[in-house]
Write a protein that binds this ligand. Structure first.
Ligand SMILES: Cc1cc2nc3c(=O)[nH]c(=O)nc-3n(C[C@H](O)[C@H](O)[C@H](O)COP(=O)(O)OP(=O)(O)OC[C@H]3O[C@@H](n4cnc5c(N)ncnc54)[C@H](O)[C@@H]3O)c2cc1C
Length: 529
């Protein structure tokens, strides 16, 4: 059954001038994630969106493991697992043969898979519901920002609604208003990068197909010679097919349903019945703002950076922006951290955006060779990949989204052990037992909004602002049972050692004992003091 697009009610505003502490412009994937995160930290948030519904048509479908962990922290993880299509395997085909396959999550012991495929509109709909449930998010639909002025004490916004305009003064402004960001353009901020001269056709088709739930990518297949094709399964028996068209293709001609049906039939064969659910043609860019923080205005998601869809880095990167920013902003608003902590949003998320842009650009260069020599090299690599595993890392059909490691962050504390994942790395998950019940490590980290001290086989003294989490090698009261030993191994902890974790589930510092002074000092450092 086709998706039933919800319509959210517009609430008239009395007009005049209003003051709000926190305003998010853009109720898309990223703005809604930030609103929910802030509300779960007890902050009241106003969200302004010029539309009255969730994202239309086919956009993000691949939600990466780290994003799923963030949504789980926000209470939505089970919904993604229940509705989404789980996949770990990708296959690459060259012409009529399979070149090789890869597994993105080769090890067990994680609650979430490498990816879940889900239409972006479901994610947004659940975020809206969760925001409403907090009672702290004032969602204002049909509210378009048409004027912005950055001031030392916040931003002054002009908001246009079906019943007239009003002025809203935001002490803090989060600009999540998408790739064409009105806020970014109005403030005259640069957004530089590269435009790719290629076009892709998206055909979302409904069908009962025998393909397994894997990502399939074809280079130069017989059914679409000279170009590439990508196939993904989504819930509701919807399959997303991306056909590379080349720069000279006419988008209007290519969207003709009969033409699209022929392309799909050439791919699937004449006997596979299907219905077209959505058709569009896209081009893409890789670019970012020079800085994401401009005083009390902070940019996130597509408003701050944009990548090609190959590698699923756009939405995933944006959700990870929100994850990085919201705990810091909440700490500043609560007076627990100085405003300068927000500078670390730039120092942590700009390298992450650059990493995404780099991978996305390389993928695009491989998929769309710029000249005959590049194409000959690419085809040779694909030819070799079938028999020579050494050639496979050179094949780039989209290096799929991985979380950024913030190892160069100024917020990182000491690593007294030098084992396993270093400070700045996203906290790895591990299976645990609570009594006889299956549990997961990440379910206990950052869920109370604060810092966590993960301790193996020791009971630390209580420390302000830090929640202890004990793991034990054998069942023990007050501790989670690390029955597989994976928690200790993934954090490199011997008995009596501990690791400090940030509210956004990143490793802050690692210690050989639970002596409080260095641990408290690391927390202070992570809070920008
Ligand atoms: C074909 C395609 C495939 C993709 N596949 C993936 C994928 O598999 N995985 C992935 O992670 N990402 C993917 N992406 C990228 C992903 O869709 C975007 O990165 C994501 O939507 C960005 O979210 P956002 O909230 O920053 O911006 P948007 O989703 O664009 O939301 C911006 C919001 O701001 C509102 N708005 C704009 N201007 C104003 C204004 N002046 N006043 C008030 N409101 C305003 C808009 O109505 C909108 O609701 C894909 C994108 C495309 C196009």
């Amino acid at each position: 059954m086709p998706y039933d697009q919800p319509r959210y009610a517009f609430s008239p505003h009395p007009g005049g001038t209003e003051q709000a502490r926190l305003v998010i412009v853009g109720g898309g994937l990223v703005g809604l994630t930030a609103a929910l995160d802030l509300a779960r930290r007890g902050q009241r948030v106003v969200v302004l969106d010029d539309d009255d519904t969730v994202s239309l048509g086919s956009r993000a479908i691949c939600f990466a493991k780290r994003t799923l962990e963030i949504f789980a922290r926000l209470g939505l993880g089970e919904k993604f697992l229940a509705k989404g299509i789980t996949w770990n395997t990708g296959r690459v085909f060259f012409q009529s043969r399979e070149a090789y396959s890869f597994n993105l999550l080769p090890e067990d012991g994680h609650e979430f898979p490498a990816f879940v495929n889900l239409q972006q509109y479901y994610a947004e709909e659940w975020l809206v519901e969760a925001c409403i449930a907090t009672g702290l998010v004032d969602l204002r639909w049909k509210s378009r920002v048409v004027g912005v002025e950055n001031q030392a004490d916040g931003a002054r916004l002009r908001v246009e609604t079906p019943e007239g305009e009003y002025t809203l003064h935001a002490e803090w402004l989060l600009a999540a208003d998408g790739a064409r960001s009105f806020i970014r353009q109005s403030l005259g901020l640069s957004f530089t990068g590269q435009v790719f001269r290629d076009r892709f056709l998206i055909a979302d088709v409904t069908m009962n197909a025998p393909f397994p739930t894997e990502r399939w990518f074809w280079f130069d297949p017989p059914f679409h010679p000279g170009q590439s094709v990508l196939l993904h399964k989504q819930p509701d028996d919807v399959w997303r097919i991306d056909f590379q068209l080349g720069w000279d293709a006419d988008p209007e001609v290519e969207k003709d349903p009969e033409r699209v049906r022929k392309r799909v039939t050439d791919m699937l064969g004449p006997d596979v019945p299907f219905d077209l659910e959505w058709v569009s043609v896209y081009t893409f860019r890789c670019r970012r703002m020079e800085r994401f923080r401009h005083g009390r205005t902070l940019f996130l998601g597509d408003a701050a950076h944009q990548v090609s869809p190959f590698g699923a880095r756009g939405g995933n990167g944006g959700v990870q922006d929100a994850d990085n920013l919201c705990w810091k902003l909440a700490a500043v608003l609560a007076g627990a951290a100085p405003e300068s902590l927000l500078d670390s949003y730039d120092s942590e998320r700009i390298p992450a955006a650059d990493e995404n842009i780099l991978h996305s650009t390389r993928s695009t260069d491989f998929i769309t060779p710029k000249n005959d020599a590049a194409r000959a090299w690419r085809d040779a690599v694909l030819e070799l990949a079938e028999d020579w595993p050494l050639a496979r890392p050179l094949v780039n059909s989209g290096r799929l989204s991985r979380p950024a490691s913030l190892t160069g962050s100024p917020l990182n504390g000491p690593d007294e052990l030098g084992r396993a994942a270093p400070p700045g790395t996203p906290a790895p998950d591990a299976p645990l037992l609570r009594g006889a019940r299956q549990d997961w490590l990440l379910r206990h980290i950052g869920t109370d909004g604060g810092f966590t001290l993960l301790v193996r086989e020791a009971t630390p003294v209580s420390m302000p602002g830090i929640t202890p989490l004990l793991i034990a090698d054998t069942p023990r009261a007050g501790a989670l049972h690390d029955h597989s030993g994976l928690a200790a191994a993934r954090y490199g902890l011997a008995p009596g050692e501990c690791v400090l974790l940030r509210p956004d589930q990143h490793i802050s510092a690692r210690f050989s004992t639970t002596a409080p002074e260095p641990i408290l000092a690391a927390r202070e450092k992570a809070l920008g003091r």
